[in-house]
Design a protein around this ligand. Sequence first.
Ligand SMILES: CC(C)(COP(=O)(O)OP(=O)(O)OC[C@H]1O[C@@H](n2cnc3c(N)ncnc32)[C@H](O)[C@@H]1OP(=O)(O)O)[C@@H](O)C(=O)NCCC(=O)NCCS
Length: 220
Amino acid sequence: MTDIKIKVRNTRPEDIPELIALQARVYPGIPPWSRRKLREQLEVFPQGQIVAEGENGLVGCASSLIVLWDDWSESHSWKEITGAGTFDNHNPLGRTLYGAEVFVDPNLQGQGIGHFLYEGRRKLCRAMNLKRIIACGRLPGYRAYAHDMSAEFYAQKVVWGDLVDPVLSFQIKEGFSYCGVIENYIPEDLDSHGYASLIVWLNPEYHPERPVTIPEHIAL
Ligand SMILES: CC(C)(COP(=O)(O)OP(=O)(O)OC[C@H]1O[C@@H](n2cnc3c(N)ncnc32)[C@H](O)[C@@H]1OP(=O)(O)O)[C@@H](O)C(=O)NCCC(=O)NCCS
């Protein structure tokens, strides 16, 4: 666990430039989100956008939208389900919190910040009475094994504990269940060969007879 004091809170419009700079450091080969897309995400679903803040600024981010999962469960890419990062598919009638992105400062990974962000997401899910969190996680460790095995077998080996993936191993530690692999999720993600693992966390406090509530402020 990190010695730095970390606060998890909702993202604010003034965080946008810092968030873009952080994302550019996390994924040097992929263009970061534009200011416009981040503003749109905040307009569409402000409660779903969270950051981790340390003493010297932002150190991580987790972005989510609500979806009607039946519309997407058969197949989808990251671009399709997130409206190319605008979150214009956000649907407050849905019961599934969809994790669109999570990242931590490369210098601070492995120190518990991702855990705090995932805990923030679980708090959102419980506070809104959503049924579950679903995400499709990159499989950045697959590149080293792609010549030897299928992405599905690689992911199974990670679930069995025989291989370690920087993202899927983290998500399993966070209590998510692995549901399979999807292809062409982010074709530009060369480390994952475009594959992603579909994962789910079920909200143990979900009440199907109660409505989804989206409070203006959620204590994170
Ligand atoms: C994936 C990511 C968000 C995880 O955040 P993090 O701050 O590094 O993770 P944490 O330190 O909170 O780890 C939480 C748990 O997962 C485990 N974990 C984290 N990274 C791991 C890894 N590479 N291998 C195995 N386990 C790992 C930790 O050991 C910890 O378990 P513990 O509590 O039993 O010690 C972060 O590494 C990251 O930003 N990666 C690059 C961006 C990315 O690919 N994001 C995923 C998009 S789908």
